[in-house]
Design a protein around this ligand. Structure first.
Ligand SMILES: [Mg+2]
Length: 326
């Protein structure tokens, strides 16, 4: 690693300087000087060669003559500045043209600096080093920003996954109890505003314990998933079904009165009754019982759920596989 007068950056990367001059002798002298300071050097003798070169490689800095046959240095610099891929490469004019107007024009085309011949090596290298360091700092900032944005996107995706997991019952993929509790609280706020009924249906798989006892818990898990799917396909778009716990599910029916809740529950009950659940060569017939309760003004969510639960219990007591409201 070189000291501050050298060309090596602290990150250990080599610095590439492109020397543009139509005079081979100038190129020779400048090239030797640059290489003596530890820079990598590339050369171009006219604008065409510069444009060819930058297609493949991007120098860290360009030291540019102004008077050249064909495209002069101003024109080449202007083209580099208009191309987004090369606009950030600092260009220093090194020229025998010393008029103020020449210098102003050079800077107007987008050059970062202007050094007149005959030049002081110390000053020239100080300027080169400054502009290379500035450019590399800008690049580092840009890279850091990109990295940060990438990490941000990853973080956002992870947050989404987490949020999804936080409201999902992992076995059935339905909403979980906590999510349903939140939705019920929201529904309570909404009903106070729009005065429209909403209904909850508490449902439970009949004789679920027998299934577990007779066929094992793995079979029980499959039954839960099967029932979850049946419930989900039985509800309407605005409804929400959740696993409340064990073999118990709650369906929230927004803007639905008691009659609507009974009709929907009966439809689902019949679909379950008519379906056959197949598990390792066994055909199992399953049923569910449903307790329906429609919100009453001034009631709390707990009171509403208690009424749905009472209805479900009454349905179990009176023979199961039925829809009850009290
Ligand atoms: Mg020249």
């Amino acid at each position: 690693m070189a000291d501050r007068s050298g060309a090596l950056m602290t990150d250990g990367e080599k610095t590439l300087i492109l020397i543009v001059d139509d005079n081979p002798q100038n190129i020779q002298v400048l090239g030797n000087l640059m290489e003596g300071k530890g820079y990598d050097v590339a050369v171009a003798m006219n604008g065409g060669q510069v444009l060819d070169f930058i297609k493949d490689e991007k120098p860290d800095l360009i030291l540019m003559d102004i008077m050249m046959p064909g495209m002069d240095g101003y024109a080449v610099c202007g083209m580099l500045k208009q191309n987004p891929e090369t606009a950030d490469i600092p260009v220093i004019f090194l020229t025998a043209k010393t008029e103020d107007d020449d210098i102003v024009l050079g800077l107007k085309t987008g050059a970062v600096d202007y050094v007149t011949k005959p030049f002081s090596e110390t000053v020239l290298f100080a300027r080169i080093r400054t502009h290379v360091e500035l450019k590399k700092s800008r690049e580092n900032i840009r890279r850091a920003k990109e990295e940060l944005e990438k990490r941000n996107l990853k973080l956002q995706a992870a947050m989404k996954d987490l949020e999804l997991a936080a409201r999902t019952d992992s076995l059935t993929g339905l909403y979980n109890r906590r999510y349903m509790q939140n939705r019920l609280d929201e529904e309570l706020v909404r009903v106070k505003r729009n005065k429209k009924d909403f209904t909850v249906v508490m449902s439970d798989i009949d004789f679920f314990k027998r299934i577990n006892d007779a066929h094992g818990h793995e079979c029980g898990d499959h039954v839960l998933k099967f029932m979850a799917g049946t419930l989900r396909s039985g509800i309407r778009e605005q409804d929400i079904v959740s696993r409340w716990g064990g073999e118990e599910f709650i369906i929230l029916l927004p803007e639905t009165d008691k009659k609507g809740g009974l009709v929907l529950s009966e439809k689902i009950r019949k679909a379950i009754e008519a379906s056959v659940f197949r598990y390792s060569d066994m055909d199992l017939r399953l049923t569910m019982t449903f307790g329906v309760a429609t919100y009453r003004p001034e009631e709390s969510i707990d009171e509403l759920l208690k009424r749905a639960d009472d209805a479900l219990y009454a349905g179990k007591e009176s023979g199961r596989n039925r829809v009850i409201t009290l």
